[in-house]
Design a protein around this ligand. Structure first.
Ligand code: AMP
Length: 216
């Protein structure tokens, strides 16, 4: 089963993709995570993407399409994947259609995570992750059980994304509205789009998504 999670920054795409990955053995393909790894490694792609990401703008389509094309051809994606953060433009969506057709794969569902825009900045600005295992936390909504210690791996080191601030958030939201929102009619026209209430609790959103996948 191949899925896309669609929604603005802070909608909870990464959290839900991780839950689905553990439960269904699908591979989470987060283009944001791939780009952050490229920046950390100092690769050519990372050098090109770094400044663009810090401003909250979109990395050029050609680079993104190349990244996903290589990734979905890997054997671990054969059972299915969850795209988290891709496609973000109509050109990316068209390129994805083409690569799926070429490889005999299909898109089963596009899940839109509907959220209240006013809540997004609060969600984004308070979030941080364990530097060792990547488990996500939030200052207000999900603190570790023991303050300063990761619940999952016991690490005491945490990191925050550079672009998770109120200023960059404005540019990221503008990019979402102008370039990514037009994908909703694009996928609805193909009959694969379904919506969930992204403001519900993490477990409830997961329950809603699982319900939608049952019929896919
Ligand atoms: P994310 O972790 O999905 O919020 O992505 C972080 C940043 O990476 C975005 O603000 C963009 O600068 C860049 N990025 C991630 N995915 C894409 C994409 N599909 N197209 C263009 N830029 C992307």
């Amino acid at each position: 089963m191949n899925l896309i999670l669609l929604g603005p920054p802070g909608a909870g795409k990464g959290t839900q993709a991780q839950l689905l990955q553990h439960e269904r053995g699908l591979v989470q393909l987060s283009t944001g995570d791939m780009l952050r790894a490229a920046v950390a490694s100092g690769s050519e792609l990372g050098k090109k993407a770094k400044g663009i990401m810090e401003k909250g703008e979109l990395v050029p389509d050609g680079l993104m399409v190349g990244l996903i094309r290589d990734r979905i051809a890997q054997p671990d994606c054969a059972k299915g994947f969850i795209l988290d953060g891709f496609p973000r433009t109509e050109a990316q969506a068209r390129a994805l259609d083409q690569m799926l057709a070429e490889t005999g794969k299909k898109l089963d569902r596009v899940i839109e995570m509907e959220v209240d825009e006013k809540a997004l900045t609060e969600r984004i600005v308070g979030r941080y992750t364990c530097a060792v295992c990547g488990t996500g936390y939030h200052e207000k909504f999900k603190r570790p059980k023991v303050e300063g210690v990761c619940d999952v791996c016991g690490s005491k080191q945490f990191v925050r994304r550079k672009d998770d601030n109120a200023e960059t958030m404005k540019t990221r939201m503008a990019a979402y509205r102008a370039q990514t929102e037009p994908l909703l009619p694009y996928y609805s026209g193909r009959g694969v789009l379904r919506k969930v209430d992204g403001m519900a609790s993490m477990d409830e959103v997961h329950r809603q998504i699982s319900g939608l996948l049952a019929g896919a």
